[in-house]
Design a protein around this ligand. Sequence first.
Ligand SMILES: [Zn+2]
Length: 292
Amino acid sequence: MSHRAVSSRTAEGGSDDAARPTASRRSLLGAIAGATAFPFSVGSLAHAHANPDADRDGDGLPDGGEADGSLERAFADTFGEQFEGLDPERRDLLIDVRYVEGTDVSSGTKASIERLFRRQGIYAQWLDYPDRYDREAFERRYGSNARALLWGGESFYRTEVERLFRDAAIQLIVVPGRAHPDYSGLVYSPVTDALGGGEDGNVNGFSVGNRAVVADRDDPREERRLVLHELAHLGLCHADDPDNRGVMGSGDRIDLTDREWELLRRRVDNVRDSSGYDVLFRPCLREQWLDD
Ligand SMILES: [Zn+2]
């Protein structure tokens, strides 16, 4: 299967997952954003709904659950020895990866992303979900549509991901991508399409914060860049570092800037899925049409 080069889009100055919106599309979505008019930041919303239990390390996992072993048992039961345990003094970030049959994230990509995160004070742990999803059944049911995968009542995320894991780990779904020759190896995002981005709305990957989808990549460098970028969306938007607009880990150097790391460290607790806000209220998606 031919795969689009992530770098080709990066070179155009956009991020690897979605092109910038056009003016006309932006006004359409600006109307939606105006209608919702949230008077507070999503960060404060998340905190308002956060578990009252203390969270000293700021990773979204209540210290109680980390200390008494209840969370650990649940993760160990499913993920076995991959799981290194939790530490209430440490910012843990659990990456629950779900693979459709035939897809993979290479061990090199996992190791280098883990190294980057840990060096920056975020103890990332890769947790490969033990079952692989049957490709035919998966594509029949969900296809390569970000909405069908990530949000909505019937989505993969709501249907397949256990509630506890939704609330305590980031979910990364790796899919083969579309078979259509014009969009092969891409994922359709209705949001990007409405914004006038991607290739007719088709993108390399898409994130709604605490869950993301990436299309499978054979090239290790493209894979690393794409996976880092979508994981970083847990706490970052494209424009969070004005000196690095639109890049966010997808540049020549596969890394975030100091300012981006600083923000991401503070927002690791976005991993919690308890806020109830829908995809339209995600700050990055709003920013994309409200910005410039
Ligand atoms: Zn992005």
